[in-house]
Write a protein that binds this ligand. Structure first.
Ligand SMILES: [Zn+2]
Ligand SMILES: [Zn+2]
Length: 103
């Protein structure tokens, strides 16, 4: 038996997941993963499994924020192009409309 690193409950060894970060054992209820989900990870990923506490991101630096922002900008650029395209189509449509009205 081991003790769950989060709630302190006793966990039988076969039901305890070892965190590769803090080296504590967790029961399934506290690990944030289901038993079947854990089994599906396979031995390799089970060995490197991390508890929710270890998985949560560390405070991010300004550099990372700037990096993220420029990534977002890159993702948004095509969308802005699309918006401009739609705007052009709209103008074309209203031009067509006024031409039709003249007929
Ligand atoms: Zn627990
Ligand atoms: Zn951990």
């Amino acid at each position: 038996m081991v003790q769950c690193g989060r709630c302190g409950d006793a966990v039988s060894d076969c039901n305890a997941i070892l965190c590769s970060g803090c080296k504590k054992h967790f029961d399934y209820a506290c690990s944030g993963i289901t038993e079947s989900g854990y089994r599906r990870l396979g031995a390799e990923r089970q060995a490197t499994w991390r508890c929710p506490g270890c998985k949560s991101p560390k405070p991010i630096s300004n550099d990372q924020v700037m990096q993220e922002l420029s990534n977002i900008k890159l993702t948004l650029a095509p969308m802005l192009d699309l918006l401009n395209g739609i705007r052009e189509i709209k103008t074309e449509l209203s031009e067509m409309k006024s031409t039709l009205l003249l007929l």
